[in-house]
Ligand binder design. Structure first.
Ligand code: GTR
Length: 421
């Protein structure tokens, strides 16, 4: 009898506990929350003009995001040198110029290299460019046989011929459908991409990426308020932009940073922390990207920190199961991009990324855009599926799942032709 009661009690406790840790997909169970006002300082002062936004509020918000979420970069690190590894005036059937440029960084007797693959339309002028990281190596974005294969670490994936953590010829072109390169070129845009694992391999080891160049003595990981992988990846995008400043073929004032999923989180942080980026595209970026944390819908802070403890700074773990304690939310991350164009995109079946939370963050960034006299998202109701809102703050939810599709790129290119070109 006693045994049965104890067993029963146990199973009740376990079921309640696991229900608590189950991701929530029910709109009725979204907790009540109040979003922080982007136009009110942490000490409660109202921000009424651009000057005070830029001088007071923007810097304190940026610092808060850096110290508590993505992590600060310990110091500046400039490009030590670059090598044009390969170049062609006749790429993609004669339609494009191709360059493969390796950047090198040196500090504390350590070295980091990463390679930017660039396609540019033939033009007498500098061209605007979409810059985005790829997940599986530059040679996967296109069938082009001349793309060099990265030797950096990659997660094994035998179906793509990835064994011993090395990329091979077998995966050439396997992600062609995620990059509308020919459409970008036809619209007058260049395209640049980097394998993100060359900046910091996507695994829980803080000794193998760019962070380690800053380590002193036997340091093995950054300080609690210093950069996780997302901030490291964002750093790499900014260094690509440094390179573009010296490349006569690229218009460095028109670089749009793009990213999908974890790399969408990265694109948003890159755009927020480096105002030289002309525009930002977040594709299905979800938790830690465009989605509002305080909705606790789909992936949450605790869950993302548990699965990817190295993506954010260690301080971010202070908010596990405690999103109320956060005095910011992701609408303010988007507001940090103002007045520059930003596009947030969701997918209907990607509930893990909380499409509604992504939409609302874009909507609630609106007041900061309005300060600049720019219209954001006009109303707080998500548009129908496959009906984009192409304002300076743009949004769409398309049918289908977590991916980058031709539909997505069609909208991004149209939008960039209006707001960037
Ligand atoms: C998931 C993660 C998401 C998203 C995604 C991705 O496992 O929970 O936050 O970033 O990975 O990058 O594909």
């Amino acid at each position: 009898m006693i045994r049965t009661v104890i067993l029963l009690l146990f199973s009740v406790i376990i079921t309640t506990a696991s229900a608590q840790w189950e991701p929530n997909y029910d709109e009725a169970k979204v907790p009540q929350f109040k979003l922080p006002n982007p136009l009110k300082t942490f000490s409660g002062k109202k921000i009424r003009n651009v000057k005070n936004w830029e001088k007071k509020r923007r810097p304190e918000l940026l610092d808060y995001f850096a110290e508590n979420i993505y992590g600060k970069i310990p110091d500046k690190l400039k490009i030590s040198g670059y090598d044009i590894l390969e170049e062609s005036e006749n790429a993609l059937g004669g339609k494009a110029i191709r360059k493969q440029v390796e950047l090198t960084f040196e500090k504390n007797s350590r070295t980091l290299h990463f390679t930017i693959l660039i396609y540019l339309p033939k033009s007498n002028e500098k061209v605007p460019v979409f810059l985005g990281y790829n997940f599986l190596g530059n040679h996967t974005v296109c069938e082009d046989a001349n793309i060099l294969i990265s030797t950096a670490w990659v997660a094994n994936n035998p179906s793509l011929g990835i064994v011993n953590h090395q990329l091979t010829e077998q995966s050439r072109g396997v992600r062609t459908d995620r990059w509308a390169i020919r459409e970008m070129l036809a619209a007058g845009f260049g395209f640049a991409t980097i394998y993100y694992g060359e900046i910091d391999p996507d695994k829980n080891d803080m000794t193998d990426g760019v962070q380690s160049l800053f380590y002193i003595d036997d340091q093995l990981q950054p300080a609690d308020d210093e950069w996780g992988s997302i901030a490291a990846w964002a750093w790499g995008l900014s260094r690509a932009l440094d390179y573009f400043e010296g490349d006569d073929d690229v218009d460095e004032s028109k670089v749009v940073v793009f990213g999908h999923s974890r790399l969408g989180k990265t694109a948003l942080w890159a755009g927020a922390s480096d105002q030289r980026f002309a525009g930002v595209i977040s594709n299905d970026s979800g938790c830690g990207g465009a989605a509002l944390f305080k909705r606790e819908f789909g992936e949450t802070i605790w869950r993302i920190n548990r699965s990817f403890p190295y993506w954010f700074c260690d301080n971010f773990k202070n908010f596990n199961h405690d999103e109320k304690k956060l005095i910011v939310d992701q609408h303010e991350l988007i507001a940090l991009i103002a007045p520059r164009p930003v596009y947030v995109a969701s997918a209907e079946e990607d509930q893990w990324a909380d499409p509604k939370g992504e939409f609302l963050a874009a909507y609630y960034a609106g007041p900061v855009y309005k300060l600049y006299g720019i219209e954001g998202i006009p109303e707080d109701v998500q548009p129908p599926v496959n009906k984009p809102i192409l304002n300076t703050v743009a949004y769409h939810i398309r049918s289908g799942g977590h991916d980058v599709t031709a539909f997505d790129w069609k909208q991004y290119i149209n939008w960039a032709q209006i707001y960037i070109q």
